[in-house]
Design a protein around this ligand. Structure first.
Ligand code: SAM
Length: 236
């Protein structure tokens, strides 16, 4: 955790935050913070600065906030359309995407996404927020990537995706595609990444119909989270 990210519900008085649970334990056990120490903090959706520990006792940490006047880093101009991964992987990919600065994430169904994944408790709002918060804490950012769930592939691609992707370069990562993934492009991107078993051809064709170009990253087939990092590094 490179930034202690404060949530609105942590604020218990003017300029005072109280933490319990995961972040309090981290401050106590990893930072070994004591009263009087200074920590780097940010306010969810707001600025970054420092806070002084005014109480560190048992499971509670209280902080006096300084000026949180530094802006968070700019987001990448990237919308990620991600076939819903298996629940364990979902957590990692959400945190990675938030760390990398992805502006918007759409979790979409696909033929090779198991139906049971949509029923996972990890799709609960609290977990979806927590995983993105973990990514922001890692990357010293305060702004959650927007998250959209699209449970039906075709209606999403045909009716919603064209508006979401308007004005962006649209790419679908697909091993073996004829076009190599471009490098260092200076424009907003909408990038579709497939499920563990990959996109099926009719899905690639549907995406092609709404302006997506299939692109290849080379002969190595990468896991979703590795492919995401490799694609972001290559595109921006
Ligand atoms: N066997 C699957 C296939 O051939 O598509 C592998 C899927 S991979 C685990 C998950 C997703 O990561 C793919 O659908 C694709 O979007 C992306 N990906 C992984 N390696 C890639 C590569 N070498 N080129 C393009 N996309 C890749």
């Amino acid at each position: 955790m490179n930034l202690l990210l404060l949530l609105p519900e942590d604020l218990v008085g003017p300029g005072v935050a109280r933490l319990r649970g995961r972040r309090s334990a981290h401050v106590r056990e990893v930072h070994r913070a004591e009263a009087g120490d200074t920590l780097k903090v940010g306010l969810l959706g707001g600025g970054i600065g420092t806070a002084r520990v005014i109480l560190a006792e048992g499971a509670t940490v209280e902080l006096e906030l300084g000026e949180l006047d530094q802006p968070p880093p700019a987001k990448l101009p990237l919308t990620l359309v991600l076939a819903l991964p298996r629940p364990k992987v979902l957590n990692r990919v959400l945190a990675s995407a938030a760390s990398l600065g992805v502006a918007r994430i759409v979790l979409v169904n696909a033929w090779r996404v198991e139906k049971a994944y949509w029923k996972s408790p990890r799709l609960g709002e609290d977990n979806l927020r927590l995983q993105r918060v973990l990514g922001l804490e890692q990357a010293v950012d305060t702004v959650l990537p927007e998250l959209v769930l699209a449970r039906l592939f075709r209606p999403f691609v045909e009716r919603e995706l064209p508006a979401l992707a308007a004005g962006t370069r649209c790419l679908v990562a697909h091993p073996g595609a004829a076009t190599p993934c471009p490098r260092g492009i200076l424009e907003p991107v909408t990038l579709a990444i497939g499920p563990e078993g990959g996109w099926i051809e009719p899905e690639v064709e549907s995406l092609r119909q709404v302006g997506f170009t299939p692109v290849d990253l080379g002969p190595r087939i990468l896991r979703t989270e590795t492919a995401l990092a490799a694609l972001v590094g290559r595109l921006f």
